[in-house]
Design a protein around this ligand. Structure first.
Ligand SMILES: [Zn+2]
Ligand SMILES: [Zn+2]
Length: 264
């Protein structure tokens, strides 16, 4: 099994961080050795000065070599072979160090690009029956919630005149509800407080002062429930939109916590 493909941006960050750490060590050795080398003439007996100078100079050379090696390693990062992979949802190219074979999150649109047995799950374009919005959805998805009009859609692959098509029907609520999720807010970034409050105001259908009050109560122990009993796709989409505004969001299987109020 080949090693997991890594994003070039992650590889770069790791390499640069490690190179910088090594360079700092080299610089410290260099400075300490130079200072000792300078001051030893005042403290070391003259007959031993020669030996000490050799050791001190050696330390300067070693320190210098470590710094140069670290800088060299930093420059090598840009030479790593890049394997660009286009996100099937937003077409942004993401660079990897090897062809990816497992799920990854697109850093541009935040959607998870799925793989099945090492092969990327193809994406199809469907059109919402209600608002005619086009969506790109993985071929393995059987139900989807239109994030424009919130309508749950049932996707059934069929054949029409010998061509494979997807039938988009209204979702009768028959899909297994045991994978339905609750969306919980546990913390948020104060710098985006206002934007997040506006978003919550919309989702929770409340006013801005109340949205702010509710946000302020959110914590790890007592999270603020943003959505209840939602299809996974919808829960994921709300989670993403809140995370974009600095919210810390977790998903929980509906009913997992016991006393969650039921959606009527
Ligand atoms: Zn994308
Ligand atoms: Zn729609």
């Amino acid at each position: 099994m080949a090693k997991r493909a890594a994003r070039i941006s992650d590889v770069q960050e790791k390499e640069w961080t490690e190179s910088a750490g090594t360079a700092v060590v080299g610089i410290i050795i260099l400075i300490v050795a130079a200072v000792v080398l300078y001051f030893m003439q005042f403290y070391v007996p003259p007959q031993m000065l020669y030996g000490y100078r050799i050791v001190g100079s050696l330390a300067v050379v070693i320190g210098g070599a470590i710094v140069i090696a670290a800088l060299y390693r930093g420059t090598q990062v840009s030479l790593i072979k890049r394997v660009p992979v286009n996100c099937p949802y937003c077409d942004t190219a993401i660079n990897f160090d090897a062809p990816p074979t497992t799920d990854f999150d697109c850093e541009h649109c935040s959607r998870t690009v799925q793989f099945l047995d090492g092969v990327m799950v193809p994406v199809q374009t469907i059109i919402c029956r209600a608002c005619r919005t086009e969506h790109r959805v993985g071929e393995n998805v059987s139900h989807y919630v239109c994030d424009r009009c919130n309508r749950p859609l049932l996707l059934t692959p069929t054949k029409e005149n010998g061509e494979a098509v997807v039938k988009v029907a209204d979702f009768a609520g028959k899909a297994p509800s045991n994978d339905y999720m609750d969306v919980l807010l546990t913390a948020f970034d104060r710098r985006h407080e206002t934007e997040l409050a506006f978003k919550l105001q919309n989702i929770l259908v409340t006013n801005l002062p109340d949205a702010r009050k509710m946000m302020a109560t959110a914590s790890d122990k007592i999270p603020l429930v943003i959505g209840i009993n939602l299809p996974p796709q919808k829960a994921e989409s709300i989670k993403r939109s809140l995370q974009e505004l600095g919210g810390q969001v977790s998903l929980r299987k509906h009913g997992a916590a016991g006393q969650t109020p039921q959606r009527s």
